[in-house]
Each structure stands twice: as C-alpha cells, then as structure tokens.
Design a protein around this ligand. Sequence first.
Ligand code: G3P
Length: 221
Amino acid sequence: MRLFLDTANIDEIRRAARMGVVSGVTTNPTLIAKEGGVSYRQRVLEIAEVVDGPISAECITRTTDEIVEEGLGLASWHPNVVVKVPLDEAGLAAIHRLSAQDVRINTTLIFSVNQALLAAEAGASYVSPFVGRLDDIGEDGIGLVREIAEVFDRYHLPCQVLAASLRHPRHVTEAAKAGAHVATLPFNVLLQMLKHPLTDSGIERFLADYERVFGQRTPAS
Ligand code: G3P
C-alpha cells in the first residue's frame, strides 16, 4: 500500500518527503483554504517540486461542462496532477469525458460500493472512500474499503482504492489489511505511525547502557 499525504501545507509535505515515505499528495478545497489564500496552482507546483508522484487537485465547479473545463485546466498545471471530482451525476459524466481525454481522476466523497463501481466504470483512476466520516455516523469505514477492494479485484478493474479521511494510525493498518492500494494521511497521523513507547524507552536504554561503560558517546568506527 502506497502512502500519500493529505494536506496542502508545504512545510508538512517537505518534512514527510524527507522521510522518504510519501509517494503522492491529496488536497481538497478545505485543505487549500487552510493555507491562508495561497493560489491553488502555485501550491500544487510547489508540491510537485517536492514529491514526484500523483497530486490530487479538486474541482469546485458543479455542472458537467464546468467540471470538464476546470479539470482540463487543473491537469494542465503539471503532468502529475490528478483531478479530484466529487461523485454525483454531473461529476460522473465529467469523469467519463475527462478520462476519455487521458486525464487521471480521483473520485472523492465515496460512501458506497455502488458509487465506487460507477466511478470505476466511468474511467476514474482512483476512488476515495471516506473512512472517518463513515465511522462518524456509526458505519464501518474500513469495511467499505474492504468491500470495494474485493469487488475491484474480482472484476480486475484498473481503478485503485485510495483510503481517505483516515484519522488515526489504526485506520492505516486496517486500510492496508483491507486491501487499499493507497492510504492518504494527515501529517499528524504519519507522525503518530512512527511512534511507539517501547521504541523511545529502548533508545534511551541502549544509550544509557553504552554510556555507563564507554563514557561519552562517539560514533562507532
Ligand atoms: O482525504 C479526505 C480528507 O481530507 C477528509 O478528511 O477528516 O475531513 O473527514 P476528514
């Protein structure tokens, strides 16, 4: 399972890229709005300098013609741009037209297997089931990821399952076990994945044991 970062914050993306674990970035209107008015295009181009992988940029128009025009514009920003389209009737028709023009699509706000099937049939490259938001209303977000992955696998659909709206590290583990091709993570979830109290206490103990015998630490040579 590949890991994408779910943020439009360039400092977070730079830090995560330095760790060598991020192979793409997803953004949405909420995330870009948090960046204090920076131009969406400028931010996507900054991200493209840091991460060599798919960068999802989301359409904000609502009719099919508008989404197609906007999507072509977003895709022209950089070859790594994947156009994010919310799933409704207008969005589905736009996905069909854009994918026919070789624009890669990430279909967002997926909450059912049927929505995922429709997006895949229309030609989307990714579907994004929103795990946390389903959990919020008492449903099983990871269960949806598993069902979509099973159906896509059974029918050899080329569309990838991108688990989104992940809120904590357990979601990431469960998304991997459920067969997601990609998990997109808020930066704080990536940092939480690194952490284990036994790792921290183990490092302290190794260093204390070494210093007790050898005194000041100097790198082994
Ligand atoms: O990738 C989708 C994500 O940004 C939504 O997350 O936490 O607002 O449901 P959340």
